[in-house]
Ligand binder design. Sequence first.
Ligand code: KDG
Length: 312
Amino acid sequence: MAKMVTLGEILIQFNSITPGPLRHVNYFEKHVAGSEANYCVAFIRQGNECGIIARVGKDEFGYNAIEWLRGKGVDVSQIKIDDSSPTGIFFIQRHYPVPYKSDSIYYRKGSAGSKLSPNDVDEKYVRSADIVHSSGITLAISDTAKEAVYEAFDFARARSFDTNIRLKLWSPDKARYEIMRILNKFHLNFLITDTDDSKIVLGESDPDKAAKVFLNYADVVVMKMGAKGAALYYEGKKYYSHGYTVPVEDVVGAGDALGGTFLSLYYRGFTLEKALDYGIVAATLNVMIRGDQENLPSTTDIEQFLREFENS
Ligand code: KDG
């Protein structure tokens, strides 16, 4: 069984029950989220192990996050409870003003999660993992969280990084600078990105051209393309895997579903191509509900989906 360690902020998500502007939304549904927590749960759903290095507040939302993730099989031993700051939260506005899109509204400044620092990174724990994963979100939330990623990547046997640029957390210039800095410092085994982020980091949104540049920094590049699917690039090869048309409830978390499922199945011995096909199914199921983790499928559920779609 492979083990992944992720570093990032666990957030509590309040997802609007009804679509439209938040000023008119009266009911919200609570979920545990945060990109690196999502990756962990997706990784575990495919039969591997994962632990997250993070901080939550000493509050009900912090306890909620720990209990939920423990229930999903995540190793929560490296989540610190910080009694000086609250657990970060965010709200999701759906299908407005752009149908099928979601907007995240953060209340996370000064959160416990953003206090993550190199002191939280246990060298032995990180060295015990087959792969360490983090994302642009963790680089963006604070300088100390960014340093924690550097520390963990220093100890890592293998590295995965999702660019995950959230423009409410930093400017395009800052995102470009910090992501290029990490790419220049560490060779990545996996770089997971999309065409919007490629435009910000490289000034290039053509997936093939962007991937060619990213391959100077990573062995494998996964280029997510939303509903169109995703492409995979490695060793001079390209593989494209198509998306599926399904009713969209909330797209937040779909990229993490794809990335975590893909990485886990690769470590289970799947070819990169097959792992990507399965990752896209996980992302597809994810957009059909509110919440980032509830629809993360098992391998057999993905196989059932593929059998049905192949026969239709
Ligand atoms: O990828 C999904 C995440 O965006 C969501 O869970 C919240 O981590 C989050 C963030 O920073 O946006």
